[in-house]
Design a protein around this ligand. Structure first.
Ligand code: UD1
Length: 418
């Protein structure tokens, strides 16, 4: 298992370009099977979760080739409707495939999904939504077996605006008879991106980005070439890295409007931030001030996927900060590792209180999940001395060669392949 070795204390300096959003690409790959024509997704990051999703598509009979950074999916010969257990357990997004496989084959078999260990992560909203579309869903041990022979559109209310459930129901709804309406839908930019690609394929979907999404079923979808939106979480991670290292970083090909909740917290407090339509310039402060409170919530609230990184920033900021994690129950596994580096943090239930210290000190730490792992890398960059981040495979699931990006900004970081 690879690890990162980081010599901290270097202020990041330079320019970085952000690639397409993992969470968009995964939903778009799932959508690709809704047509038997060719789908091309440009600017696709070569990250663990994308490779896992591609393996699932191949197991269904799709032919996939990479052309530089574009993924070309030919599912004309796809003939299987079952997600193999080993792949399904690897990646949470395999569950979105239920909706799209049902759209294509009218039947689907999946397993309860895997993904980061950050909470209970049930799929009840997904299954309830599918059942409301008159899709038969049987749960047999670890397996989920569905039939969409009698599926028809309906008005569905989600008890919580789940990103995955919204996407799954959108994917299930586009090729079934009648009108599907999703109330209390997730509003994340990745949902809008999915709607955009589905519409380009000939689907009739509207309302994404608001709490109500309407889908008018059509008979067939066509092929598409599509470039997804850039990754707001990767951009946010590098923004925080610049602030933590007192650096100066110009982040290109990003979407500052998707990061308003982060920018408004940090600008003038931890760093200076200047942004235009598609770039952000961050200039760190000698001693960032703590953010009084950060509370994660569904978009446009503060993203849970940036909670670990902003918490890491608070460990070296002046003052005390309260971080509230409202989305996932056990998403504070990075805290124990940051404490090993000298951070002062207490956690009680969903609350973490962080008292900033003048310095963190390098040591051996373990990534327990994707974003928590990224936060440890940021802490290593800011710390005095050498930090080893173990279990880099978690970070590789969502960041494309993070060490190369950071090296290009002057960081002293190397990957050690064991
Ligand atoms: C997606 C993102 C993930 C992000 C999360 C929240 C992808 C591939 N992943 O994950 O990076 O952290 O949104 O922004 O896009 N829930 C239920 N029942 C369900 C579904 C969800 O109770 O059937 C709960 C979850 O346990 C969690 C909350 O709803 O507490 C949010 O989950 P959800 O929005 O579904 O997250 P994901 O789609 O898994």
């Amino acid at each position: 298992m690879d690890k990162f070795q980081i010599n901290g204390g270097v202020a990041l300096d330079g320019e970085i370009e952000i690639y397409s959003a993992k969470n968009s690409v995964l939903a778009l790959l799932a959508a690709s099977i809704l047509t038997d024509e060719q789908v091309v997704i440009h600017s696709c990051p070569k990250i663990g979760d994308v490779y896992s999703m591609i393996k699932i598509l191949e197991s269904l009979g799709c032919r996939i080739i990479w052309q530089n950074n574009s993924v070309v999916i030919d599912s004309s010969n796809a003939d299987k409707y079952e997600i193999p257990q080993s792949y399904g357990k690897e990646i949470r997004s395999s569950i979105f495939m239920l909706g799209s496989i049902l759209g294509r084959f009218r039947k689907a078999k999946a397993v309860f999904p895997g993904g980061c260990d950050i909470g209970l992560r049930p799929i009840d909203l997904h299954l309830k939504g599918l059942r409301e579309l008159n899709i038969e869903v049987k749960e047999h041990g670890a397996n989920i077996i569905c039939s969409a022979e009698n599926a028809r559109g309906k008005k569905i209310h989600l008890d919580f605006p789940s990103v995955g459930a919204t996407e799954n129901i959108m994917l299930a709804g586009v090729l079934i008879k009648g009108k599907t309406v999703i109330c209390n839908a997730a509003k994340e930019p990745e949902i809008v991106c999915l709607q955009d690609m589905l519409c380009k394929m000939g689907a009739k979907v509207s309302g994404a980005g608001t709490g109500t999404i309407e889908i008018e079923g059509v008979k067939k979808l066509k092929g598409v070439e599509f470039t997804p939106i850039s990754d707001r979480i990767v951009a946010g991670t590098y923004l925080i890295a610049a602030a933590m290292t007192k650096g100066k970083v110009y982040i290109k090909n990003c979407r500052p409007n998707d990061l308003t909740s982060l920018i408004s917290k940090l600008n003038g407090v931890a760093c200076d931030i200047l942004s235009n339509d598609d770039s952000i310039l961050v200039k760190g402060y000698e001693r960032p001030q703590s953010v009084l409170m950060v509370e994660t919530s569904p978009y446009p609230g503060f993203p849970t996927d940036l909670q670990a990184q902003i918490l890491a920033l608070q460990t070296v900021s002046q003052g005390t900060s309260m971080i509230v994690e409202n989305i996932f129950e056990t998403r504070f596994k990075h805290v124990g590792e940051l404490i090993k580096m000298g951070a002062e943090i207490v956690v009680k239930d969903r609350y973490a209180i962080v008292r900033g210290v003048p310095k963190l000190y390098g040591t051996q730490v373990f990534a327990h999940d994707l974003r928590g792992g990224a936060a440890l890398v940021l802490a290593g960059l800011a710390a005095e001395g050498s930090t080893t981040v173990e279990n880099v495979y978690h970070i590789d699931r969502g960041y494309c060669q993070m060490e190369e990006d950071l090296k290009s900004l002057g960081a002293s970081i190397k990957r050690i392949t064991c």
